[in-house]
Design a protein around this ligand. Structure first.
Ligand SMILES: Cc1cc2nc3c(=O)[nH]c(=O)nc-3n(C[C@H](O)[C@H](O)[C@H](O)COP(=O)(O)OP(=O)(O)OC[C@H]3O[C@@H](n4cnc5c(N)ncnc54)[C@H](O)[C@@H]3O)c2cc1C
Length: 402
């Protein structure tokens, strides 16, 4: 329930910011009509705290009207106003995961696109499983802005009531999702590594207590059930060629005054010729078992012969063998290359959560009981310092033979 108290001074600040034109001034007081969705934007702008929202007890709410699985589609930031914004790979990964959830629920999978200009994104999102694409097209959505995007997403959710909403655990998603959760008064599970449907509810799995246990989280009393998922955690499914998502245009009013942060200048840092470890197709990783920085360098030679990049466990990073940007795992980067080689890495859960989505994992460890073998496709029990030179030699011979 929303109420305007006697404190209202008739300043009208709440009127233009309401995305639903649900506030009018009557006798110099704000009056809220039935178009209100309780999005809470007016509460934030009221200078005298005259507007208040009382939320219903979660357990007494009727949640039966909430249907469908939604994915927030993150776009690349534009270089300038003329350049096209592209859908980020993580959106396709979330759609692949969302498709399975939607099928299990027997509901629709919908993509949510906020952009200044639609470039037929529905044709790209359909093949990855989206049944519908909710589109908000407005010049104000040219670039990501916390206030504007969170207001629009909250408004969309209030209008269409999805059961599940997934966001990428990227800088943008980690900024947006908590804002929306707070505005809607619902829960949010960050950095999920597994999603499933259990008894009609979203089962959200994520590492907890420093990664020592996996926590399974349910949100039975609120909707939508919301989660963020890191890039490279969910596997891409096979595209359904020819499928197009049905385009649903959402008419949401956006008031410029909501924008509290203005981007005055944009400097795009491009690491020329340097691939990010999250994008590498082949990763040769080393752990504490590589013993010294010098010995760790042999991994570089193998990586260059394979056309891959070198990664490291946190222990290897802590020992100064490799820079932090190359750390794979829970507090590093999540990767999903086609081939992941692990030399002298024990396979702690915090490392595994960052690489287990790799297509093929080859582990070399002198301890036959090392946990890394539980996720490895091929395991070699032996000394990394004996195996590595042999592997390098064999690859060099193979290259000469071609
Ligand atoms: C909150 C938190 C976040 C964390 N985040 C991360 C993260 O993002 N990434 C990460 O990696 N870790 C992370 N960790 C640390 C993690 O728990 C482990 O400590 C770390 O992964 C261990 O690294 P390691 O496998 O290289 O070293 P160790 O566990 O010491 O394992 C070394 C392995 O090398 C093998 N070995 C030794 N000599 C040889 C040899 N000659 N040949 C072959 N094998 C050999 C040993 O048998 C052993 O299995 C995190 C921990 C916490 C608490």
């Amino acid at each position: 329930m929303i109420e305007v108290s006697q404190k209202c001074i008739g300043c009208t600040k709440c009127v233009p910011v309401c995305p639903f034109a649900a506030i009018q001034m009557m006798s110099k007081k704000a009056v809220i009509n039935e178009a209100c969705t309780l999005c809470g934007v007016c509460v934030q702008v009221c200078p005298v705290e005259a507007i208040s929202i009382t939320r219903e007890e979660a357990s007494t709410r009727d949640l039966s009207g909430y249907k469908g699985v939604w994915v927030f589609v993150e776009m690349s930031e534009p270089d300038d106003k003329a350049s096209a914004r592209k859908i980020k790979q993580v959106a396709f990964e979330l759609l692949s995961a969302g498709r399975k959830l939607a099928d299990d629920l027997g509901q629709e999978l919908c993509a949510v696109v906020l952009t200044d200009k639609n470039r037929a994104y529905e044709k790209e999102l359909g093949p990855l499983g989206a049944d519908k694409m909710y589109l908000v097209e407005n010049p104000e959505l040219f670039e990501y802005n916390t206030d504007i995007f969170s207001t629009v997403v909250t408004a969309l959710i209030n209008m269409h009531k999805p059961a599940v909403m997934l966001y990428p655990a990227t800088i943008q998603g980690r900024d947006l999702a908590p804002r929306v959760a707070a505005a809607l008064y619902v829960g949010l599970t960050a950095d999920c590594t597994g999603l499933a449907i259990k008894d009609g509810l979203l089962l959200q799995s994520r590492p907890a207590f420093g990664g020592n246990i996996m926590a399974d989280i349910l949100s039975p009393n609120s909707r939508p059930q919301m989660a963020t998922v890191r890039p490279n955690v969910m596997k891409l499914s096979e595209p359904i060629y020819g499928k197009t998502a049905v385009l649903v245009r959402a008419d949401i009013k956006i008031d410029k005054s909501l924008r509290r942060v203005k981007v005055l200048e944009r400097k795009i840092m491009r690491e020329c010729g340097t691939l990010k470890i999250s994008d590498a197709k082949i990763i040769v990783s080393g752990g504490r078992g590589m013993k010294t920085k010098e010995k760790f360098k042999t991994l570089e030679e193998l990586a260059s012969l394979l056309g891959g990049m070198v990664g490291a466990s946190r222990a290897a990073v802590d020992m100064g063998f490799k820079e932090k940007a190359r750390q794979v795992g829970q507090s590093g980067t999540t990767v999903s290359p086609r081939l992941y080689l692990a030399f002298g890495i024990s396979g702690a859960v915090q490392h595994i959560v960052g690489m287990r989505a790799s297509d093929v994992i080859i582990a070399v460890n002198k301890d036959s009981n090392a946990s890394i073998f539980n996720v490895a496709t091929y395991g070699i029990v032996g000394d990394a310092h004996e195996i590595l030179p042999k592997l390098i030699e064999a690859l060099k011979k193979g290259a000469k033979g071609c």
